[in-house]
Design a protein around this ligand. Structure first.
Ligand SMILES: [Zn+2]
Length: 498
């Protein structure tokens, strides 16, 4: 304990995905030594609605077991807490004022007390349940047992009228002005959001900072902290079950989140950062909302891709430091694959949309692909998987003939649609018939460049193709990755060099 790190960032992360993606962030640096209790804050934020707003949260060092809580304000005494529990039995709302000034109410969970000035509707009352449900997931992600965290506890201020919280002394004057969310020690602040989803998202984002800071006693590089908090903050809650780390199926289920729309727009605009640029974000990068989206995408890629997931899991077992030590460690670990990773990353971004499902497979280049020879090559490709490698590479200027044969089905309800390599014209996806055979030539990229969509080539039943550059051939059928799960059968692909 006592190490101090100290920077804090605010982020605006919010984007209003329903109507407009927006947000802006601000960040501020704090002198590490200025934090009381030797904690270092971290933050993040998200904006919503059309206004640029920021959320900020801070993560810090937290107390060790047995130490007093590192709260910035006086905690209610044990006796007051006991009294409160008693009162809860008497007052059915379980939100008696206990030690709180008028206008505030407390809702207690196992690991969290939520203090709010909002009317206690079902959504607000469910916040402690949501947070408590996140604890096993955080434990799983960060290799902890529930027993290890049995005495961990946090106070969350969910604020409609921020000034009232200030007046009541709930926002320490040492905290910077944060727009959305903030975490500091065993406390988090969440500014009221226009959607219940986004309110929970912020709470889980800040909660992830809190958990990581307690686990690691420090925090890692910006992309990792914010990307992980965003990744675990993105969730599905049905009133009973919490699923964290989802890729949303629709915009509607994550109102005001907006990450995917922002990434898609920047890809189209040609201003998408390279993966390396994201991993090198400094402490101020998350002043801009897009840094949250890209950090989320980077973590989603590294966690899911078969070529990087082991290294990422190992990364989370390392000692955290807020400089670039861990990022350099990751670069070294993946150095030999990096030219291929650039291409694999671009492929994920090309596929990324609401409902994207990396479990359907992610394009993974062969470590050593074989040059195509004179003998025809025949492969069976699964209709229910995303990009599948051939292990065959072609050289620039090579001309190949590709044929797609066989019958497979797309969709299974109400009845399967039988489909051949030309696809079915009952439905189109990205401008081509559903189920049509597609190809891409995955190119190892020796140099860093902006992230950009990959070239997807429509094959159908037959195509003669001359390679514009050398690369490895990959195939799939035309459908969103989220829609592949109900397909069945295979397509036979034959490749002949001319
Ligand atoms: Zn954050």
């Amino acid at each position: 304990m006592g190490t101090s790190l100290g920077f804090q960032r605010f982020h605006p992360e919010g984007t209003n995905d329903l109507e407009h993606d927006t947000n802006s962030t601000q960040s501020a640096m704090m002198n590490p030594t200025s934090h009381p209790l030797g904690t270092s804050p971290r933050e993040q934020g998200e904006g919503a609605e059309g206004e640029p707003r920021l959320n900020s949260s801070t993560a810090l060092h937290t107390r060790g077991a047995g130490e007093p809580r590192a709260n910035l304000r006086t905690l209610p005494s044990v006796f007051a807490g006991a009294f409160f529990v008693f009162v809860c039995f008497v007052v059915s709302t379980c939100t008696a004022a206990d030690d709180l000034p008028a206008g505030f109410q407390r809702i207690k969970g196992k690991y969290i007390d939520v203090i709010t000035d909002l009317p206690l509707d079902a959504e607000i009352r469910s916040l402690p349940t949501v947070f408590d449900a996140a604890m096993p997931r955080w434990c799983e992600e960060f290799d902890m047992d529930l027993e290890d965290v049995a005495d961990w506890h946090i106070e969350a201020f969910v604020m409609l009228r921020r000034d009232e919280f200030k007046k009541a002394g709930f926002i320490p004057s040492k905290l910077p002005a944060f727009p959305y969310g903030f975490q500091f020690g065993n406390q988090v602040w969440v500014v009221e959001q226009p959607s219940p989803y986004y309110r929970r998202h912020l709470l889980l984002h800040e909660g992830t900072h809190w958990f990581m800071n307690r686990k690691y006693g420090d925090h890692g590089p910006p992309w990792l902290m914010e990307g992980t908090a965003e990744w675990l903050g993105t969730h599905r809650w049905d009133g009973k079950n919490l699923t964290m780390g989802i890729i949303p199926k629709t915009k509607v289920e994550v109102e005001y989140w907006g990450r995917i729309s922002l990434i898609q727009k920047q890809l189209v605009d040609g201003v998408a950062p390279s993966l390396e640029e994201i991993l090198k974000y400094d402490n101020k990068a998350h002043q801009n909302v897009e840094a949250y989206a890209w950090s989320w995408a980077a973590v989603s890629f590294l966690k899911n891709h078969p070529g990087t997931n082991k290294a990422f899991a190992e990364l989370l077992k390392q000692k955290m430091t807020s400089d670039q030590t861990l990022t350099r460690w990751l670069f070294r670990k993946l150095q030999s694959q990096w030219p291929q990773i650039r291409s694999e990353w671009n492929t994920m971004l090309t596929e990324l949309e609401y409902g994207y499902d990396p479990s359907r497979g992610m394009l993974a280049m062969s470590r050593i692909a074989k040059p195509i020879g004179d003998k025809p090559i025949t492969l069976e490709l699964a209709a229910d998987r995303s990009w599948q490698t051939t292990g065959v590479k072609i050289a620039e200027g090579d001309t190949v003939t590709i044929q797609g044969n066989g019958e497979y089905s797309v969709c299974d309800k109400p009845k399967p649609w039988r489909c051949q390599a030309a696809g079915v014209t009952l439905e189109y996806y990205r401008g081509e018939p559903l189920g049509k055979l597609l190809m891409t030539v995955a190119v190892s990229q020796d140099k860093e460049q902006f992230s950009q969509p990959i070239e997807v080539i429509t094959v159908g039943e037959q195509l003669e193709y001359t390679a514009k550059q050398a690369g490895e051939l990959h195939f799939r059928i035309n459908e969103s990755s989220g829609g592949l799960g109900d397909n069945s059968g295979t397509v036979t692909v034959t490749i002949r060099k001319q």
